[in-house]
Design a binder for this molecule. Sequence first.
Ligand code: SDX
Length: 474
Amino acid sequence: MSELHKKTKEITELVFKSSRKAREETNAEPEPHLTQPITWPVECVVGPGLEGAIACESKIGYVNGLKGWLIYRGYDIFDLCAYSTYEEVSYLLLYGYLPTAVQLKAFKKNLIQCRNVPNTLRLLMSFSIEEMNPMAVLRLGTNLMRQEFTYIDRDGLVPKRGKVIGTDEDSIPMETVPRGEEHAIYEFKDSDPFKSKELSKFDLEPAIGYKSCYRLISGVATIAAAIVRIRQQKFPIDSDPELSHAANLIYMMTGKQPTPEEERIMDIALILHADHGINASTFAAMVVASTLSDMYFSVGSGIAALNGPLHGGANEQVLHMLREIGEVSNVKSWYKKSRKKKQKIMGFGHRVYKAYDPRARILRPLAKHLAKRNKESGRLFQVAKALEKEVISTLGVKKRIFPNVDFYSGIVYDSLGIPPEIFTPIFAVSRVSGWTSRIMEYLEKNRIFRPRAIYIGQFNKKYVSLEERTNKTR
Ligand code: SDX
């Protein structure tokens, strides 16, 4: 058990308590089908918005919508929150197994090395970031990282074709990596990709591959933290290599090292947001990657999709909504009014979950735990609790509408001193590991995504010249 877990046993207990409650309430729900390999082409019933469509097979994560269960690479999300860390979960998502101590140490070292994005931050600061949507800045940051770290778009720096070495060369065991060019390219496999010098004099890298995943998992966190600082007219803070991913994120945002409890709760929030099937932002990232664009552009597309209030942008809206309601005594009247206007209640409902989102089951007690620390968060939590009761009592049974991941995450982040406009960037910081893992998996058997639309337009229209055209000839 890590030092952090030893110091935060109370948090682990909260996770176990939620896990027991979840199992009691959902064990009886039927197990949906479709969790075994399929033979293509596959028949499926598809609704608008690709509801029910099967885009690919995957071993990365499974969302059981009926039971409200979430699994990463076979591990239950409750167990991962109780025992694991965001770094270990990112390794699990990327490689498919929990790392050994040696593997985890090397992985963490790589992630720490990739936290520093000096040129990207230097260029970012030349933009009026305080006036920009933080998700737009995050997405701009991924493009600047693409320029800072990769040789893509720089013909002069793309690796030269290796000298073709005849087979009668002395017997140095060379690995040939025929890439379909007219010549085989001979190269020594460098044990640590960070040291490989062949790429170019600037140590530039390919824009796709595991290294680009590490760069983005760490670099996006650094950029998100820098956005907080610059919006407060302060300079970004350099990462502290001694701190974990979660602790360093809080430190680079606030300038203060978090308490073990704050670090652990942030770490659990990052684990919870890391992956979630082929949701809108993951699908957007995969579509871009399927064209053989690159990892940086793909993650940038994921960020763009996550920005929407129907998706990752809901967590910020929830906090504004709870503040607008203000007091528990206002909940009923507020809810009645919003239902009358047929408004969607932010933080509720889900395309897949027709049960309580397991992530909300964990974030709720964490929000309650943190809310004890200050009056404002305590008040927000009470309003949230009362609103949850209203929504479930009216829409829960009838429409299977329950709290989703965004309903309590805002209270957690607010209690950690994170400004509301940074809630969705934090969601993106975590989801980079899910986006990059699914892209790496999909590229193993890549096929460009190309769904179709049912044409419901007209046929056999006759062309009318401009002179004869009137509103009637449409
Ligand atoms: C995330 O896909 C993922 O996995 C996403 C995510 C992830 O980890 O990547 O889980 C993260 O995006 C969570 C969702 C965050 N968004 C919100 O909290 C915004 C509010 N929620 C809704 O907009 C909605 O529930 C969606 C977008 C999440 C899901 O929408 P669907 O599946 O398209 O459902 P729908 O809009 O077709 O609604 C079905 C019915 C409708 O009623 P009727 O027209 O049939 O009478 O349910 C109602 C809707 O009006 N409904 C709601 C509601 N959500 C659905 N009514 C009130 N409040 C809501 N929140």
